[in-house]
Structure formats: structure tokens, C-alpha cells
Design a protein around this ligand. Structure first.
Ligand code: 9MR
Length: 838
């Protein structure tokens, strides 16, 4: 076809449908674009509207089409993400039968408004079945055209079967070869000055090769020999590892050369993670639903409030249940959008908000008001808590109201009735929104996060804390009364299913949080009786929204509480961390994650294994655990088979086309890429989406990734994946060491108490004046002090003295304070002059 004809066709499509032309031989021979058109893989890659069930019957896709619909598009079977190349001719064909006979609509079209149709046919579908063939020429290039069989509009029900759906033509897809750059793989952001420094070189060499570290001027500053590591299963590559950790001089623009290749440049510095930890948390503001995103706070990311009821949005201010599920509506506005979709899911929101609160509980002094540049900045509350509250308020709103049969439980999720296409700004989503049935898992997520929120918000907002504690108690009671209301694994139309067939781990986590907050025996009893309290829960694959026992164990180990066998709990975290360290040591890319196949969102599982190592470091002060976390981050930031960073804007080559309906620059240049500091899900061996299936068939685990916006199974962004990124980058930005000091803290009294604190300098250095810092777990407040000047900011307390504290010397001070009802455990984490007491 000539260019002029193509242009004429393009113009034509602007006003009318492209006529369906009879088939034409050349296009027939082009490459196949449809995935699973023969239905040999079941219904994989195909979707249907909510009113039909896709099923394979005798090798064909068959559906019972309901009667009583008005429009063809009321019932659709479709496949998305088909690439079209402008000017190329395509042959579209399929077999179909209808009982009774019907006229259907077969379309190849734009998947979003204005739904431009590149091919529109009205095949007469017979009872005996026929093959229908068409050709058309694509008037545009598009990565994500849609094939749709629109078969609604019939008064009577009927049955449709299709088979051998084929769209041939277009450019022969090049054998996909990712551009992996130089064979020397480094952390492209850099290495911490006093941390481990490891790299990997892809090479066939059997013997060690020489490596050279060069500074920005090109001068060699260190050299050595690599260690051959053989064949790496995770990449299918032969590799050597390089250890240049002896070099500790800060600087920018270093490179590492080996085997004739030179790595991408990197820095050596102490402050590498200072910005990342803030960006990883800033991510949440632009995920917010129910509020305008201010462009002055996030230049380039401003947008109107999503789902507040302004047309075409239906709004989340009064959302009904799916038909038959309940007869009330709830105001569930606010919260964060889960990911690249507009859904909001309690189990995933739960672990996300929990990890934000848990990194805050780790060291409250690291979080300040004004840090994240959000609308609440300047309100006197640390921004991370304001951000967490945005989600926690949403989780609270998902509670089944009093008076209803399942009162106190939480609805599993709320999202669009049908899946929408990309791009689609939140405020332009026209779909009806629905509440899905309550689930035990969601209820326990509410119980756990609300119990935790009751602690962390207590110093700032007593009423909000009390509201959370009451909701947590109601949720716990409702979960105990309804222990097996499992989310339906097939409830995945219009939003993710987030199913979980075992909620005993959610029970354990919720009981742990409730015990830490209330100190009540019944929660301790539940914790002690749970198999998750003593079992080996440190899965090779890491923890996530569906595996939450680890959250309970980590909290019991780190947040002060009086559980009976606490020492064993703490030791068990070290055992888990040792396991991940052993995996990491074996792995030539330094990964603390080595299952034979990589899971959906593998990067977040890698990071969560690092959280276990980080907690082990906090508990023990043993350098090997911190070194493990530091080395693990190298993988995320470029020391990997693809030679790329998975955090947007960090490193020379980083993920930037994560699957999202509003950071959809790859589809619409007027939209932005995801904000700096957004983690991509990363390699996923199961490659469930058509783009990955087209490009990555047969991939070794580390190669099962493509930075393409439609690769939703390898390259999405989510609130639960950025949470461990925020956790770990905060840990890595923490420059406090472990120092020799012993603190004895003895308190007497109840709601009014006095405490005497003895601090002993167990290190080798004399301190010329000292500051001791700790945090209270809740709303404890110092009233007056003696022996040191004690000041308090929220829960963070500092005691200061000008006196010298010699090695072996002690200082004693005391204070009088008030405490809220409930447990008032002695603080356990103290920092003396900035370093953590061991
Ligand atoms: O993160 C989820 C992953 O663990 C599951 O394997 C996958 C399939 O059920 O779903 C992922 O969650 C997606 C959710 O269903 C919808 N919003 C986007 C989520 C991230 O891809």
C-alpha cells in the first residue's frame, strides 16, 4: 500500500469505519500477533465482560451470551496489546459458531475512547460454524490495539464459540534482544564508602580475569582478579564476581573494567540513599485517590481529584456492593490507588501502610514534618504519618457497618466493574465502582494496621488513635467469628483478585499487633499458640501481601512488648537472616533470593528478604547483616543480568515505563513517566501478559522482564512494592553505627511514672558531653527531669548533658512522665551521640 493511500485511510477512520476488505494473500503470511488464538492454553490472554464466563469447550472458546442487553458492547470477548504498524496490511480471521445463528461484531480497535476502529466487520455467525476472513491496513502505529468480539444486544440468550483467532501481518517481530550494555555489572547508583563493593562480569573465561577500578580521570586506583562462578541458573550466563570492597575513597564517576569491558559509571559515597528514601515515600502522594494532586508540590504530576463523583467518574463517596453482596453503600473515597489500575484493595493497602508505619517505628527520629512535600507538610506531624493516615482512613472506611450481619469485617476491595484500557486518568474513569464481599484476610489487615496506628498516632491525635483501636478490636472479633471467608480467586474482573487460601498468618500478625498495643493476655495466648510463632516462616521466596506471618514475628522482635519467649523470637529473625545471607553468598549476582522461577513482583520479595537481614542487624549489631542488605541493593540498582536499575530515575538506565493508567508517557507523550523513586515489580518467570509472552518466551528468570507499559506482569508499580523500597533505602541512609553503651531504664508507677536511666559508656572513646535519644511507643509524655536536660518532640525524647563521659563511666538521670492506659514497656533502642547502643 502506498503512503498516500494509508494517509487517506487514516483520514477515513477519523470519520467512518474502515470497510472490511476480502482477504489478501500477502498479509496471511505475516507474523501472528494474537496470543493463544487456538485456545490451547485455555482462556489465557483473553478477557470477557463481567456478564459472561470464558470457558474452553472441546478446544474452542465458548460463552453463554445472556439475553436482555441493549448494545453490542454490552457483551465482549477481547484480547489487548496487539501491536499495529502504520501502513502494514493485516489478515484477521477466526472461526465462529452461534446457536441460534446471529450477526456479531468483530473489531480491531483503539482500546480507549474514542475507540477508533481499524477494522469493523459484522460476520453472520452460523450454527454449523464458519471461518471469517478480513484484511485491513493499519492507519497508525500502536503498541496496544484490541481485538474485540462484541456480541451483546440480543433479547434472547445464545451460545457463541470461537476458535483459531488470527491476526497476521505487520513487521516480523525482531527476535527480542534486550540491550544489556557492558558485560561488567555494577550498582549504577553507587557503593557506600564503608560498605561492601561487589560486581559481576559476564564472561566465558574459565580462569580469573584482571579487573581495574578507575576514577573519574581514568586513573586506575585499584586492581585485582575476579572469581569464576560458573553457570548462573538465574540468568543462564557464565559469570565471575568481583570484590573491590577494600577500596574506600569517596568520589563520583568511577568505572570498573574487566575482560575488555567497562562498566557504566558509579559513585562511592556515604549519602547515596538520602534522596531515594524520600522519593520512595513521595511516591504515595501521587498515588492518592480522592484528592487533587497539586502541581506545585509535584511539578508535572498535578491532576484533578480522582473518584470524587465528578463526571465521568462515578465517585467513591457512595459505593454500592456488587449485586447480591450487600444492600448498603459506603463512602470509601481517599486511600491510594493500588498500582497502575484504579482499584483499592484492603490486603495490599494493609501491608503497604504497615511497612510505612514499621519503618517509622524502627527509628522515629528519621521522619520529620515537611520531609515529603505533601499538603499536610507543616501540620506538626511527621509527613510519613500523614501519608500513612491517608490510607489508614480508607481502610477504616471499608468496615462493614454496625447492624449488618458481618459488622466489623472489612470488604476485600473496591474497584471498577470492568477493566479499563490505558491511558486513563483517575478522574476520567467512567466505570461504576463496586464493593466486593468482606473477607477474613481484609478484616485481619484492618485489625493489624489499626492496632499499629493506635500506637503510632497516639502522641499526635488521641481521638484518631482511639478510633483505630476500637476498629481493630471490632475487626478481630469479626474475624474470629468468621474465620474462613476467603476472597474468591475468580473475582478478578475489573480489578485484581488478591485471593489467599490460608489466613492463619494474617491471624498471627493481627494478634501480634493487638498484643503489642494492648498487652492483653488473650492476644498473647493467641500468638503463643499459633504455629507461625515458632515455625520456620522465612520462606526462600520472601514475604508479601499473602504471607504476613513474618510481619508479626518482626514486630514482636523489634517493638517493645512482654511476650513470653521474646529472646527466641529475636533469635529466630537472625536465623532467617542467616538463611538469606547463605543464599546471597551462593549467588554470583549477590541476590538473597534464588527460587528456580521468579515470582510476580520479585523485586519486592528480594527487598523483603533484605528487611529480615536489616532487622537482624538492628537486633544484633552484626556487620554481616548490614553488609548483606547493602549488597542486595546492588541487584536492584544494576548489578543484574539486564544491567538496569529497577528504580525510576536512579542509575543511568532505569525502569520508566511501568504499567500505569496515568504515568502513561509511552502511550501519550503529554503524560509523565512514573515519578523518580518508583520501583518496578521486576522479572516474573510466569510472564502472564501478552507483551511479555510475545517478547520473552523461554526466558531465564532474570530476563523475564521488559520495560514496556503493557507488560503488567513484569513491569507494574504498586504501593506494596514501594513500601520495602522505602524501608530499605531508609535503612541504608541511616549512618548511625552501633556503639558500645549500656542503658538501664527502670520505671515505677502507672499512668504517672518516674524513670531512672543509667547510661554507661562501654566504648573506647571519651565523650565530651553526650546526648541519649529514644522513642516512646505511644503517647507517653515527659513532664520534668533531673540529671540531664530532657526534651521531647512527639514520641522522640533526647536527654542531653555537657558532662564528660569517659570509657567505663556512667551517668544517671531521671524524669517524671505520664502514660496512657495500656502497656508502658521500657524503650529498647537508645542512640548515644547518634550511634545505636548495642
Ligand atoms: O501483586 C500481585 C501478585 O502477587 C499476584 O501474583 C498477581 C496476580 O494475582 O496480582 C498482583 O497484584 C495486582 C493486582 O491484582 C491488581 N493491581 C495491580 C497488582 C500488581 O500487579
Amino acid at each position: 500500500m502506498t503512503r498516500r493511500l494509508a494517509t487517506a485511510l487514516a483520514l477515513l477512520t477519523a470519520f467512518a469505519l474502515v470497510p472490511a476488505i476480502p482477504a489478501h494473500a500477502a498479509a496471511d503470511e505475516g507474523p501472528e500477533q494474537i496470543v493463544n488464538g487456538s485456545f490451547d492454553d485455555g482462556t489465557a490472554s483473553w478477557w470477557g465482560t463481567g456478564n459472561i464466563t470464558l470457558a474452553v469447550d472441546d478446544g474452542r472458546l465458548c460463552v453463554d451470551v445472556p439475553g436482555g442487553t441493549a448494545n453490542p458492547w454490552d457483551v465482549i470477548i477481547g484480547q489487548d496489546n496487539l501491536p499495529l504498524v502504520e501502513g502494514e496490511t493485516y489478515a484477521f480471521s477466526f472461526y465462529a459458531s452461534a446457536t441460534p445463528a446471529k450477526v456479531g461484531r468483530a473489531l480491531v480497535q483503539l482500546p480507549v475512547d474514542p475507540w477508533t476502529q481499524y477494522l469493523s466487520a459484522a460476520p453472520a455467525l452460523s450454527v454449523s460454524g464458519d471461518v471469517h476472513r478480513y484484511t485491513f491496513t493499519a492507519p497508525v502505529s500502536l503498541p496496544n490495539a484490541q481485538v474485540a468480539f462484541q456480541v451483546g444486544g440480543s433479547a434472547e440468550p445464545w451460545r457463541l464459540c470461537v476458535d483459531d483467532v488470527s491476526l497476521r501481518g505487520g513487521a516480523e517481530p525482531d527476535e527480542y534482544e534486550p540491550d544489556t550494555g557492558p558485560r561488567v555489572r555494577v550498582n549504577m547508583v553507587g557503593y557506600l564508602t564503608d560498605g561492601p563493593k561487589n560486581a559481576t562480569v559476564v564472561t566465558e573465561a574459565a580462569e580469573p580475569v584482571t579487573w581495574e577500578l578507575k576514577n573519574a580521570t581514568g586513573r586506575t586506583v585499584a586492581r585485582g582478579k575476579s572469581t569464576p562462578r560458573g553457570l548462573d541458573d538465574s540468568s543462564g550466563q557464565r559469570v565471575h564476581s568481583i570484590d573491590f570492597g577494600a577500596y574506600r575513597k569517596a568520589g563520583a564517576g568511577y568505572t570498573l573494567s574487566a575482560d575488555g569491558e567497562t562498566s557504566r559509571p558509579f559513585d562511592i559515597a556515604a549519602d547515596l540513599y538520602d534522596e531515594m528514601r524520600v522519593d520512595a515515600l513521595k511516591f504515595y502522594y501521587t498515588q492518592r485517590s480522592g484528592i487533587e494532586i497539586r502541581d506545585d508540590l509535584r511539578p508535572g504530576y498535578g491532576r484533578p481529584a480522582g473518584h470524587v463523583g465528578v463526571a465521568p467518574n462515578q465517585g467513591d463517596t457512595s459505593v454500592p456492593c456488587q449485586p447480591g453482596v450487600c444492600d448498603y453503600s459506603l463512602d470509601v473515597s481517599g486511600g491510594w490507588y493500588d498500582a497502575g489500575d484504579h482499584g483499592k484493595y484492603v490486603v495490599n493497602g494493609g501491608i503497604s501502610v504497615h511497612q510505612l508505619m514499621s519503618v517509622y517505628e524502627r527509628d522515629r527520629s528519621a521522619f520529620t514534618d515537611g520531609q515529603l512535600n505533601i499538603p499536610e507538610s507543616g501540620n506538626g506531624v511527621p509527613d510519613v504519618l500523614d501519608e500513612a493516615r491517608w490510607e489508614q482512613e480508607f481502610l477504616l472506611s471499608m468496615e462493614v457497618p454496625q447492624g449488618e450481619a458481618l459488622a466489623g469485617m472489612a470488604h476485600h476491595k473496591i474497584h471498577d466493574r470492568q477493566w479499563t484500557g490505558l491511558p486513563l486518568m483517575p478522574h476520567l474513569d467512567p466505570q461504576p465502582r463496586e464493593l466486593h464481599p468482606p473477607s477474613t484476610a481484609a478484616t485481619l489487615n484492618l485489625a493489624a494496621t489499626a492496632a499499629q496506628a493506635a500506637r503510632v498516632f497516639a502522641p499526635y491525635d488521641a481521638a484518631f488513635a482511639a478510633r483505630n483501636l476500637a476498629a481493630a478490636r471490632r475487626a478481630w472479633a469479626a474475624a474470629v467469628a468468621n474465620p474462613d471467608r476467603l476472597a474468591d480467586p475468580n473475582d478478578g474482573i475489573g480489578g485484581g483478585a488478591y485471593p489467599d487460601s490460608d489466613v492463619s498468618d494474617e491471624f498471627y500478625w493481627a494478634a501480634a499487633e493487638l498484643f503489642i498495643t494492648t498487652g492483653e493476655k488473650r492476644f498473647a495466648d493467641f500468638v503463643l499458640a499459633s504455629p507461625h510463632h515458632t515455625g520456620d516462616i522465612w520462606r526462600e521466596r520472601g514475604f508479601d501481601w499473602g504471607n504476613t506471618a513474618q510481619l508479626g514475628r518482626l514486630q514482636l522482635a523489634t517493638v517493645p512488648n512482654a511476650i513470653r519467649d521474646r529472646e527466641r523470637v529475636r533469635r529466630s529473625v537472625l536465623e532467617g537472616a542467616d538463611k538469606y545471607l547463605a543464599t546471597q553468598r551462593e549467588h554470583p549476582y549477590g541476590l538473597p533470593y534464588a527460587p528456580p522461577d521468579y515470582d510476580w513482583g520479585s523485586n519486592n520479595l528480594v527487598l523483603n528478604n533484605m528487611v529480615v537481614m536489616a532487622v537482624a542487624y538492628d537486633l544484633s549489631g552484626k556487620e554481616k547483616y548490614r553488609a548483606g542488605v547493602r549488597e542486595g541493593m546492588d541487584y536492584i540498582l544494576g548489578r543484574n543480568a539486564l544491567n538496569q536499575s529497577y528504580v525510576t530515575g536512579y542509575g543511568e538506565v532505569s525502569s520508566q515505563n511501568q504499567h500505569s493508567r496515568w504515568y502513561a508517557r509511552q502511550l501519550d507523550p503529554s503524560l509523565p513517566n512514573p515519578p523518580r523513586g518508583t520501583l518496578s515489580g521486576g522479572p516474573n518467570s510466569a510472564i502472564q501478559d501478552p507483551v511479555a509472552q510475545r517478547l520473552l518466551q523461554g526466558c531465564a528468570p532474570q530476563f523475564c522482564y521488559v520495560d514496556h507499559i503493557e507488560s503488567w506482569s513484569t513491569n507494574e508499580l504498586t504501593i506494596n512494592w514501594n513500601a520495602p523500597l522505602a524501608w530499605i533505602s531508609t535503612f541504608l541512609a541511616d549512618r548511625s553505627g552501633h556503639t558500645g553503651c549500656d542503658v538501664r531504664y527502670t520505671a515505677r508507677g502507672d499512668r504517672s511514672f518516674t524513670a531512672e536511666v543509667t547510661v554507661r559508656n562501654a566504648g573506647g572513646k571519651s565523650l565530651d558531653g553526650w546526648t541519649l535519644r529514644w522513642s516512646f511507643p505511644g503517647a507517653q509524655r515527659v513532664r520534668n527531669s533531673w540529671g540531664a536536660a530532657v526534651a521531647q518532640d512527639g514520641p522522640v525524647v533526647t536527654a542531653k548533658s555537657d558532662r564528660r563521659l569517659r570509657p567505663g563511666g556512667t551517668a544517671v538521670f531521671g524524669f517524671a512522665a505520664t502514660a496512657p492506659a495500656g502497656p508502658n514497656p521500657a524503650p529498647e533502642v537508645f542512640h548515644l551521640n547518634g550511634d545505636r547502643c548495642r
